[in-house]
Design a binder for this molecule. Structure first.
Ligand SMILES: [Zn+2]
Length: 247
């Protein structure tokens, strides 16, 4: 297992280069530093963050061929992924690409660290993603160029986590939407829409029904997922009536 060390950025500084301690920790986001200079290893990047990175950027971990160094606890929402969702839901891991390091070993260490983070935070392998998943940036660039392909990397993570591949449990691939009952004012429908979008993180719409209004969700895959969605709406007392329809 890769050697792990903490070199945490002081809270007073961390508050200035993150969104604060609001990270939902739903994803592990894999990056590369793109800094090939000799000596640009994990410790150098950790020191850079600790001393106040001149760029408006921050990330939780940097990994080289020797060790993984942590700069932020996972609850901080760092600035690295290039999108709100990526920054507020991701644990950011930078693989070092310094010339004087062994890139393959650094990738192996990254895979081991990612496996540990998945276990510690309960994150599924399907939510281990590239920086590019959240923005157009070509990152991690060497992996994306195939030096170690992404599928090879994911296989390394699986091996490191001892994960047994489960058969895909989704047998119903049909798409469904959940409709609420009607609301007499658009304001009432908008209040519900806000909760679905902001709190649940869903796609949702308002649609007219005669002089009344209802809210319609984006699509769920499988009837079970749609039922769970409908239950969530009812449990939150957003609607007394819900209907599941084919999308
Ligand atoms: Zn990146």
């Amino acid at each position: 297992m890769v050697v792990i060390r903490k070199k945490l950025v002081l809270e007073s500084l961390a508050a200035k280069i993150t969104y604060g301690k609001i990270n939902k920790k739903n994803y592990v986001v894999v990056h590369e530093t793109d800094n090939e200079r000799s000596g640009a290893d994990a410790d150098a990047h950790a020191r850079l963050q600790m001393n106040g990175n001149s760029r408006q950027a921050s990330w939780h971990w940097q990994v080289d061929d020797k060790e993984a160094v942590q700069s932020f606890e996972h609850n901080w929402a760092c600035w690295a992924a290039g999108s709100d969702k990526g920054n507020k839901e991701g644990i950011q891991v930078e693989t070092c690409v310094n010339n004087d390091g062994n890139y393959l070993k650094a990738v192996q260490n990254t895979a081991e660290l990612v496996a540990k983070i998945m276990k510690d935070e309960g994150i599924p392998i399907s939510n281990v993603v590239q920086h590019n998943h959240f923005s157009a940036k070509n990152c991690p660039s060497k992996m994306r160029a195939g030096k170690v392909s992404w599928s090879q990397f994911i296989a390394m993570v699986k091996t490191a986590s001892g994960a047994v591949q489960q058969p895909n449990p989704i047998t119903d691939n049909n798409k469904y939407r959940v409709l609420t009952g009607t609301y007499s004012t658009i304001q009432a429908a908008e209040n519900v829409l806000d909760v679905l979008k902001q709190r649940f993180g869903w796609v949702a719409y308002i649609e007219p029904d005669g002089k009344l209004w209802r809210v319609k969700t984006g699509t769920f895959t499988g009837a079970d997922a749609a039922k769970a969605g409908a239950n969530k709406i009812k449990t939150a007392k957003l609607a007394q009536v819900t209907n599941i329809v084919a999308a």
